[in-house]
Design a protein around this ligand. Structure first.
Ligand code: HEC
Ligand code: HEC
Ligand code: HEC
Ligand code: HEC
Length: 132
């Protein structure tokens, strides 16, 4: 009886471990999905975003941040990465940043334009990010 229970718990633990790995959960901290398709509820212009590729050269805090009690941008806190639209939605006070498009173009396109000047291969054309 005891041995069976032990065997069962080991199998459960191993299974759980593989399930976590399959779900892309890292034990060193959650780094999120490797590939992301960014889109709004209407899904008019989905944009592809190779998250992992960016993480290899760009720090988390370049894109992720929090919001302070005063409503201003707060520091990056590991484990507190949220969907951009949690804050950047139609209720956001700054009209240039009150949508996923707003922050997508400000942050993604903004950096890519700088990168292009620096001779790097970051897409700036619409079809470089937007997929059909
Ligand atoms: C170049 C920008 C960029 C960098 C660098 C970056 N991320 Fe992200 N990350 C994003 C975007 C954009 C999303 C998708 C947000 C959305 O769906 O609104 C995301 C999503 C996530 C999510 C899932 C959040 C959720 O609730 O769906 C996690 C977790 C995450 N990132 C962790 C990290 C960590 C940890 C690092 C650093 C090792 C990192 N990211 C680096 C842009 C970035
Ligand atoms: C917890 C709320 C919150 C989340 C989640 C959030 N932001 Fe922000 N973001 C803010 C606040 C607050 C500001 C400051 C706005 C201002 O000063 O007008 C800001 C500012 C910005 C700016 C303006 C430039 C700068 O860096 O100050 C960009 C671009 C931006 N966010 C992109 C993103 C992206 C991309 C995501 C998702 C990966 C994201 N934000 C997630 C709250 C948030
Ligand atoms: C701080 C700078 C920076 C930010 C912010 C950034 N990128 Fe990039 N991105 C790059 C660079 C640099 C490359 C070129 C990488 C390479 O080829 O090694 C790139 C490449 C890409 C590529 C092409 C990848 C490939 O495999 O061909 C896509 C698509 C892309 N980025 C989408 C996005 C989106 C969408 C966002 C916003 C959520 C974003 N990027 C934010 C710097 C940035
Ligand atoms: C560097 C990546 C990048 C480039 C280049 C880019 N966009 Fe975007 N765009 C995004 C991201 C990220 C979003 C937010 C995701 C979404 O709304 O589907 C977005 C959102 C949009 C939206 C809003 C879609 C919606 O459902 O509300 C439109 C319209 C749009 N882009 C048009 C364009 C056009 C036109 C060009 C070329 C002149 C362009 N974009 C170039 C990343 C990019």
């Amino acid at each position: 009886m005891f041995r069976q229970a032990l065997k069962c718990s080991v199998i459960t633990a191993v299974f759980f471990c593989f399930a976590m790995m399959a779900a892309g959960v890292s034990f060193a901290g959650n780094t999120g999905p490797e590939e992301i398709i960014l889109k709004t509820a209407e899904g008019k212009k989905p944009a592809k975003f190779p998250h992992k590729k960016h993480q290899e050269t760009i720090k988390c805090e370049e894109c992720h941040h929090t919001m302070g009690a005063d409503g201003k941008k707060g520091p990056y806190v590991a484990g507190e990465e949220k969907k951009c639209e949690t804050c950047h939605n139609k209720d956001f006070k700054n009209a240039e940043l009150n949508s996923l498009k707003g922050v997508g173009h400000a942050r993604c396109k903004g950096c890519h334009k700088e990168m292009e000047k620096a001779g790097k291969n970051a897409p700036t054309k619409c079809t470089g990010c937007h997929v059909k």
